[in-house]
Each structure stands twice: as C-alpha cells, then as structure tokens.
Design a protein around this ligand. Sequence first.
Ligand code: IMP
Ligand code: MG
Length: 188
Amino acid sequence: MPTPKGPPELKHLDHVLVSATAIKRRVAGLGTQINHDYTNKDLMVVAIVNGALIFAADLLRQLSSPLRLDCLRASSYHDGTKAVHEPRIVDQMKLDVRGQHVLLVDDILDTGKTLAAVAGLIKSKGALSVKTCVLLDKKARRAVPFEADYAGFEIPDEFVVGYGLDFNERYRNLPCIGVLKPKFYAGK
Ligand code: IMP
Ligand code: MG
C-alpha cells in the first residue's frame, strides 16, 4: 500500500473541500489577476496572520512587483469554532501605509467583520487604495456588507481547517482545506 502523503492529521478530516492541487492552480490564477491589476503600481501587501500565513507565502511568490510586505494580527476566535468577541487588532503593522496601494490578504471571509475593520483602519491611516484578497469566501455567513476584490473559492457554511486555517490553533499545516470529523470538534 502506498504511504499517504502529508501529515498524519489528514486522517482527522471528514472530507476535503479544496485539494492542494486546486489551491495551487487557483493561487496562480489570483497572482495573474493581481499582477495585471497592479501593473506599474507600487504594491504593499498586508497579511492578517496567523490564518493568512501560508496563503500569503504562496501568493506573494506569484506576484511580480517589488512589493513590500507587512503583517498584522487580528483576533476574534478564542473558543473553538465560535467568535466570542468583535475582531481586535492585537499586533499592529510596522510599515507606514500613507500614500500606498494596499492589498489586504486573509485566509477566509466569514462574517466580514475582520476585513471590514482592518480595511477601515488602513484607509483611515491614509492609504491611497485598499483591496482585499481571500482564499475562501463563506458568503452565507456574512454579518456586515463586505465583498473581497479577489476570492479563491466560495465554500459552504462549514468550519474548515488547513492551509493556514486552524481549529484551536491546530491543523494549519494541512496542505488542503477540509472539514474535521465531528469527534475532533466535539467538546469544544
Ligand atoms: P470574519 O468572521 O470574517 O471576521 O473572520 C474572522 C476570522 O475567523 C478569519 O480570518 C479566520 O481566521 C477565522 N475563521 C472564520 N471561519 C473559519 C473557518 O471555517 N475555519 C477557521 N477559521 C475561520
Ligand atoms: Mg484569521
């Protein structure tokens, strides 16, 4: 029997929603689109970590401009799959966004509260333009009116892990996007 590829936690998945191959292909497509839209523009990417870490790392290597990168840390998930408070920015950017074309990168657009808050903040700091790029879009969950300028995949209302997304800080290292078996969410 062939040895399964990837980390052993792959066995914790009930089903895969987006395969590693599909992610790779879509990230390349997003890169092409972004390169086209930002031709001759000085680009500053702001990744919202930890969730966007892996997506941003792959996306950035598809971008052809001599961009600058900064990260900020936002937090709203402290209790399993439920947001227990409004998003808070818990670690600020270091670079100055004044006069910059900013592309915000996040793992998933869910209620929309995080990106709405962060995009508002960056605009208020004097960015010339602010666009957003997410790997996943859970449209059914939107609580505030917010759409991403670039979205990789629209997914159903299921709590997903992998490729940067976590459940209780685990499973970020999975190469695909999937839904855990119920017993791994149980009791949380
Ligand atoms: P928001 O609800 O759009 O503000 O999303 C906030 C954050 O919640 C996202 O950046 C993710 O880090 C996290 N999140 C939302 N849905 C999921 C999910 O299905 N799995 C893992 N994290 C999620
Ligand atoms: Mg996040």
